[in-house]
Design a protein around this ligand. Structure first.
Ligand code: ZN
Length: 83
């Protein structure tokens, strides 16, 4: 069962000074634009995976280790972050 993208507010707040859940991502798979808060999120183990509601492609992944965070945005063609 998918959670909504607001679930990522905590993990992303470790990395960014702005609320990235308010950002709009453009899916690299189908071009659909969605607020990060509206992505379909699975996790937390082994990491967070956010999928496009339009085509189910992986838009972003976050994996937190003991000393580093891996942020994979290759499924996001662009991320528009409001300031
Ligand atoms: Zn898509």
């Amino acid at each position: 069962m998918a959670l909504d993208g607001n679930t990522l507010a905590g993990p992303l707040s470790e990395l960014f000074a702005v609320d990235v859940t308010a950002a709009v991502s453009r899916c690299a798979g189908c071009g659909q634009q969605d607020a990060v808060a509206d992505l379909l999120v699975y996790g937390p183990d082994p990491g967070w995976v956010a999928r496009c509601p339009g085509c189910d492609s992986v838009v972003l992944r976050i994996v937190r280790g003991p000393s580093a965070v891996w942020l994979d945005l290759h499924g996001s063609a662009a991320l528009r972050i409001p300031l």
